[in-house]
Design a protein around this ligand. Structure first.
Ligand code: UFG
Length: 329
């Protein structure tokens, strides 16, 4: 059935891909975003409502006026490093802001929420692949803010009947196959876009943070999951979320790629030599993060389409070639 959906943070990287996928499935989709990090060009203008996450009153009115039945919540600060130096910003936006949204959901009697969580809730896991039962021991303020909200969702399900699914993304990457939605962060800190900026001639080289990790080639291994596979999971979660229940699910490709393997894939895709230098380890980087995503596969019927790093990089490269300066290009 057609559902009225509000996508909070729907102008951002993952949110914009999810909003478009959910609209394509026939749902009535509205986007709520303050455009602080999101992009107007990533939204249908007639579907964009500009507003603040912490503005409970406006949110309640939007939910009521548009008869919203389900909310997807992407609006968050998401830099691990910045969260260490500016924790107040992270607690304010990711925790206090989200609590305002949860209040608005109660006021407007909306009982279905899909929440963007992260692998960062696990911290440094003692084994991989990572299942959802791995203890949550975040090592950054960013990871901790997401953990706090996940905990609130458990309590709100029990006390208020809120239904939620927290989706724990591994490394979101790639761009839409149509080529008109992609990754544009300022500043950019993520590996694949940085490497592609070298191929575009915008940077001289890429610095690899550490070559002495206990991995096959000494560089960190991550599970890169395509943004359109994430979008599909949100559509399935929207259908699956039940009032009064609460669940958390990993979203990863279940394949690991090392930093050197990512660079090599970028060399193959772009035909550029991409010089690298090795630098010290970056604080807080676990050696290896790979998902066990069997819960999402079983409960949502989710099956990621992009399973190799090269095909993910191909979509990212198409976006960066056509948008060398991001959305303003
Ligand atoms: N890396 C480099 N050089 C760079 C940038 C990154 O070597 O210039 C390495 C990192 O050390 C890491 C890998 O590339 O090993 C991936 O780094 P990203 O910054 O692209 O992504 P992270 O794995 O650090 O972060 C991602 C998400 C976060 C999430 C985190 C969970 O972006 O939101 O996974 O661990 F919290």
């Amino acid at each position: 059935p057609r559902v009225n959906v509000l996508v909070v943070g729907g102008a951002g990287y993952v949110g914009s891909h999810a909003a478009r996928r959910i609209a394509a499935a026939g749902h009535d989709v509205w986007i709520y975003d303050n455009l602080s990090t999101g992009h107007r060009e990533a939204c249908l203008p007639e579907r964009l409502i500009e507003g603040e996450l912490a503005d409970r009153k406006t949110l309640t009115k939007v939910l009521t006026d548009h008869k919203i039945e389900a909310v997807l919540h992407f609006a968050a600060c998401c830099y691990v490093g910045e969260s260490v130096t500016q924790p107040a910003k992270y607690y304010q936006n990711n925790v206090v802001g989200t609590l305002a949204l949860l209040d608005a959901l109660r006021a407007a009697e909306v009982s279905r929420l899909v929440f963007s969580s992260t692998t960062a809730v696990y911290g440094t896991p003692d084994k991989v692949p990572i299942t959802e039962d791995t203890p949550l021991n975040p090592i950054s303020p960013y990871g901790f803010t997401k953990r706090v909200v996940e905990h609130a969702l458990v309590d709100y399900a029990h006390a208020y009947g809120l239904g939620s699914i927290a989706l724990r993304y591994f490394n979101a990457s790639g761009a839409s196959r149509e080529g008109n939605l992609g990754e544009d962060h300022a500043p950019e800190t993520h590996l694949i876009p940085l490497v592609l900026q070298v191929a575009l001639g915008q940077r001289d080289k890429i610095t690899i943070f550490g070559d002495d990790y206990p991995t096959e080639d000494g560089t960190c291994v991550r599970d890169y999951i395509h943004v359109e596979d994430l979008a599909e999971a949100h559509l399935l979660a929207l259908d699956a979320v039940e009032p009064g229940t609460c669940n958390a699910m990993n979203l990863g490709s279940e394949h690991g790629a090392s930093v050197l393997q990512v660079v090599e894939a970028c060399r193959e895709v772009t035909g550029h030599e991409i010089p690298v230098e090795f630098g010290p380890r970056r604080e807080g980087d676990p050696a290896e993060l790979i998902a066990d995503a069997s819960r999402a596969r079983e409960k949502l019927g989710w099956q990621p389409e992009f399973t190799d790093i090269r095909s993910i990089v191909e979509t990212a490269w198409q976006w960066h070639l056509e948008h060398p300066d991001g959305y303003s290009s």
